[in-house]
Design a binder for this molecule. Structure first.
Ligand code: HEC
Ligand code: HEC
Length: 148
């Protein structure tokens, strides 16, 4: 009888633990937050972007320069590239913008092309706008000696 009782107790404990586990899962923070699967996602917070300014100092030689201006509504499609309307070699002078560097004309086989290489066409894969926000994590990173 005693043995039987302890089995009952054990199975009670086990089922309690099992029932407790979904509650434990809720404390896991995903990007979506601890929300029911059925409920809509929270609206993402949109940071205020920096005001248009002069180029931002680079931290290492190979760094894709940060975009020092707003890019909202700048469309890049197969047929049209808003960025190139100011940054291409044909347009940079009239736009007062930096021209894209010759590295952007080299394809993935190292072949020099006469126009922007496909792998460099989608500018914001590498170049990013900056939010006017405090640093997420303090760090002690120092720029490379070559460009200090
Ligand atoms: C209306 C014209 C215009 C458009 C469109 C434009 N830019 Fe610019 N961009 C500029 C100007 C002007 C500067 C600043 C040049 C200066 O002050 O020396 C600049 C600066 C930059 C720089 C900094 C260069 C450096 O040397 O640090 C990057 C990177 C850049 N733009 C990327 C982009 C990307 C990517 C897009 C498309 C999403 C884009 N720009 C669209 C005009 C433009
Ligand atoms: C695969 C990543 C990548 C893509 C895509 C890319 N860039 Fe760059 N870009 C870089 C890197 C890295 C540098 C700095 C080193 C160099 O000049 O190649 C750079 C440099 C630049 C510069 C500064 C040139 C200078 O002389 O200082 C401009 C302007 C620029 N890119 C604009 C663009 C535009 C506009 C596009 C889209 C048509 C674009 N980039 C696409 C990586 C990229």
């Amino acid at each position: 009888m005693k043995k039987y009782m302890s089995l009952v107790v054990l199975s009670c404990v086990a089922s309690c633990l099992l029932m407790a586990s979904p509650a434990a899962a809720e404390t896991v923070q995903s990007l979506r937050g601890a929300r029911e699967i059925e409920s809509p996602s929270q609206k993402p917070e949109v940071e205020k972007l920096i005001a248009d300014q002069r180029p931002i100092k680079r931290d290492f030689v190979q760094q894709p320069p940060l975009i020092p201006h707003k890019t909202e509504g700048y469309l890049v499609t197969r047929n049209y590239n808003k960025c190139l309307s100011c940054h291409s070699w044909a347009n940079y002078k009239s736009a007062g913008a930096t021209k894209i560097s010759p590295t952007h004309f080299v394809d993935s086989h190292g072949k020099e092309l006469t126009n922007v290489a496909p792998r460099r066409y989608f500018c914001v894969q590498c170049h990013v706008t900056q939010a006017d926000a405090p640093v997420l994590i303090e760090n002690t990173f120092e720029p490379m000696q070559a460009i200090k």
